[in-house]
Every structure is written in C-alpha cells, then in structure tokens.
Design a protein around this ligand. Sequence first.
Ligand code: RRO
Length: 317
Amino acid sequence: MQIEQNLFGADFRNPVLLAGGTCGFGEELVEVIDLDTLGGIVTKSVTYEPRKGNAAPRVVEAGNAMLNSVGLANPGVEMVCSQKIPWMKENLSSIQVFVSVAGHVIDEYCSVVKRLEKTGGFLGYELNLSCPNDVKLGGLPFALDQEALSEVVSSVRKLTERPILVKLAPNVPDIGLASETAEASGADGLTLINTMPGLTINVDSQEAELGAGQGGVSGPALRAVGVHAVHCASKKTTIPLVGVGGIMNEYDAIQYLLAGASLVQVGTATFADPRSAQETAQGIERFCENQGIDSISDLIGAYRKDKKTEGLLGGVD
Ligand code: RRO
C-alpha cells in the first residue's frame, strides 16, 4: 500500500498535515504526538512585525463548529527566523514544513518572504490570503479580490523558487475562478479553504461572544463547503490541491482526496484531540488496505471519474 507521495519536489510520507494556525511552529505538540508520523505541518501565519492578536475570548463554540478570532498573533519574522526555524530544522527534519505568510499589504508579504529566504530550512510557503480576522486590513482579504490575489501571488513568485501554496477563502462567488487566478499568477498548489466569516451573540448581554466581534467558522460544519471547493478547483486547475476544513477522521479526509486533494490538513480537530492528525493518517492507510487500494493516487480525484455524476441533470456538481 503506497501512501507516500512526491509533490513539489519533496517526499510526503502520508497526505496529512497540521493546518496553519492550529499547531504554532510544532513545539507545543511535540510533547503530545509524534510529529514524524505526519506528512508535514503548516506554521502559524508569520507577519513582518510581531502581533499580539485580538481581545479575548478568541475561541468559542458555535454549534457543530468553532469560531475563532485569534487576530494573527505571532512573534514576527525576525523571531521566527532566529528561534522557530532553527527549532523546526532540528526537530522536524523528516517531515515537510510550509511557513504560512500573512500581511496587510503586498510589500509585507514580500518582506516576510525575503527574510525567510535568507534563513531557509523549510520546504515552502503557504500564502495566507484569506484570514477573516485581520481588523487593520481595512479592505477585503486578498483572496476575495481577483486583482489583489493575482498581484500578491505574482509579487511573491518573483522572490522564491520554493513551492508556494495559496490559501483561498470559501466566501467567494466562484472558487474555481479564484483557483485559476492563483495558478496563473504562479501558485504551485492551492490550500482550500480558510474559515468562513461568522458571528455568535450572547443573548443575555446582547454582545458578541468573541472579544473581537466576528470570527472565522471552522470544524465539521465547514467540511462540505471545503470538499465542494476542492472539487470546483480540481475542475479548473492542474496544480496539487490541499484540502482543509472540518476533517475529524480518515473518512472526512478521504472525501477531500476523492474530490481532488493530494494532501489534507487537520486543524480544529487537533484542539479537541492532539492525536487527530496522526490517527487520521493511520486511518487512511487502514482504509486503503481494507478496500484493496494499492496507492493513494487511486483515491485522488476519483470522484471526478465517477460516471454517475457525469451528464446528469445538465451537469450535477
Ligand atoms: O489568526 C487568526 O485569527 C486566523 C487566521 Br490568520 C486565519 O487565517 N484564519 C482564521 O480563522 N483565523
């Protein structure tokens, strides 16, 4: 049973990564899980200056979902280069690391990437163009504006030969179009999807439950949105897709693979059980063995090949 893949010029021992913003830089989790059992990790998004983040509470429950507004809290690129990357080099040398990059303006993305390029010691970048909680931005996240999306991706493309994943937002009119734009601008892969803007209100105080007011919805309630986004992107692009949103176990992950994702990320589930990603990876392997599937590549995009969905009702998605 072959669960390993070579993508972006690198070997992934299995298709499961920890999602950006849910595992820091790996240090907090190393005590609890064996990170070497994963395909890789995506770090917390890194900005040029350190950011304290938004007012507490930053996380609340929202039905079958979680609502967060962390507000991009991170130590800034200098500290990441001097402390976090050396730690990751030493402790995560056998898994693939993507550094997530965020910013208010295109120049900030470029400055962060230029600084990280000088340091090295990781595989590639995930450009976070879809954070719903960046209050100072004053405009739309880049992923919600085709022109801004294209400009930021092509600007960063000029600065690095490392693989660039572009993390897109669910709340766009046409995720297929956003995917095409990101690919045409130089993305090597797409991460679909970030959280969906949401709000919960305390009925006694009549105030928002989150300190920042609104936040981003993640967890099981987001899963079908994510699987659909991957499916739409897979019809419009040829680059590898990374599925994220509501993956709690191997069956959820396999839905993303069937829809066309080559890799998946586990995020919210890690908060409930730090071993979720590890167990999901083991579960995928077990599933394939039980089903007599020789290679993970037989699962990836298999939904598209399903004759039952072709030509029905004028093209059912
Ligand atoms: O830090 C956050 O509040 C945050 C980020 Br950067 C993101 O990309 N998605 C999200 O739900 N929260």
